[in-house]
Design a protein around this ligand. Structure first.
Ligand code: PDD
Length: 293
């Protein structure tokens, strides 16, 4: 049976709209949970293990345990792919601390709420890969545990919506002092003189799974990669800016606010990197070819 989408919720399979959780789930009341987004290519989940291991670390960072092992969670994701028959997909996973009468203090005997659903991967605007995209600089006013992938995303979604309303594809987060951190839902990179910079790991950014892959292919194609801080001014003066996420792959940024980046067109490093990234995905997923974006 091929369906448009499918949900796994606490051990049961159902259409997404039939999934219900308690109004006292701590995810709903407090944003007390963690999540992941996994891209599926040709029916093969890409870097699934890395995502699910990060999910375990995120939950541990919040002080709770996911009741499924990584292997069991992998089975759930494979089940979603097989049962839904969706080949080009995004899987969203979410685990919250669970439901209990509302209280800031955690109850002792909470059972985490576990869910994962699959949907066809939505297409990206064609113009992004033809003319490039814009990003809006936004002050990063998030907390100091951005390395945990928690569902509490208010600063991210407010920045992303401000960017969207102003006609930009992403928000480009920087601290008050100008230090660039990442995007609202992506990591960021600048290219200058044939070298690449991306913010170092730490509590100010998410250690993106795609970021690791991007750095690997960057080194493969001979780029020097620096995991070092850089500023908004340095980004504005870069030859190229790129952002990355599992659902986005690599995105060429040709406008930062009102400023054009480099020549204001998609640059050669982005083209080489994205091609190398797609080749890596194709190889790791064991596919003859990838469906074009
Ligand atoms: N976001 N930084 C932030 C703040 C993110 O939310 C994401 C991903 C990334 C990139 O991580 P990865 O390469 O592991 O996908 C970086 C997902 C896609 C989301 O929120 O929908």
């Amino acid at each position: 049976m091929t369906m448009g989408e499918l949900l796994y919720l606490n051990g049961e399979w159902m259409p997404i709209r039939e999934g219900h959780v308690s109004c006292e789930d701590r995810g709903f009341n407090f944003g007390d949970g963690v999540y992941e987004v996994v891209r599926v290519y040709g029916g093969q989940p890409f870097t699934m293990r890395e995502h699910l291991e990060r999910q375990v670390r995120s939950a541990a960072g919040l002080g709770f345990e996911i009741p499924l092992s990584v292997e069991q969670f992998e089975e759930v994701l494979r089940g979603l792919i097989e049962r839904s028959g969706i080949e080009e997909a995004l899987i969203y996973t979410q685990v919250t601390r669970g439901a209990a009468p509302r209280n800031h203090i955690f109850a002792d005997d909470m059972t985490p709420t576990v869910m994962a659903f699959i949907r066809p991967a939505p297409p990206h605007p064609k113009v992004w890969r033809i003319e490039g995209a814009g990003a809006l600089p936004c002050v990063d006013n998030r907390w100091n545990m951005c390395h945990l992938k928690t569902i509490a995303l208010l600063p991210n979604i407010l920045a992303k919506n401000a960017a969207h309303r102003a006609g930009f594809a992403e928000a480009f987060f920087h601290l008050e002092d100008g230090t660039v951190t990442e995007g609202s839902a992506s990591n960021s990179y600048v290219i200058r003189g044939g070298e690449m910079w991306t913010a170092p790991l730490g509590p100010k950014i998410l250690p993106g799974i795609t970021r690791t892959q991007v750095m690997e292919v960057a080194r493969e194609i001979g780029l020097t990669v620096h995991e070092e801080t850089f500023t908004l001014t340095e980004a504005e003066d870069a030859d190229e800016i790129i952002m990355s996420a599992s659902n986005l792959e690599l995105l060429p940024i040709v406008r930062l606010g009102e400023r054009s980046i480099g020549k204001g067109k998609i640059g050669p490093v982005y083209r080489r990197l994205h091609e190398a990234y797609r080749e890596l995905v194709r190889r790791r997923c064991g596919l003859a070819e990838l469906v074009p974006l």
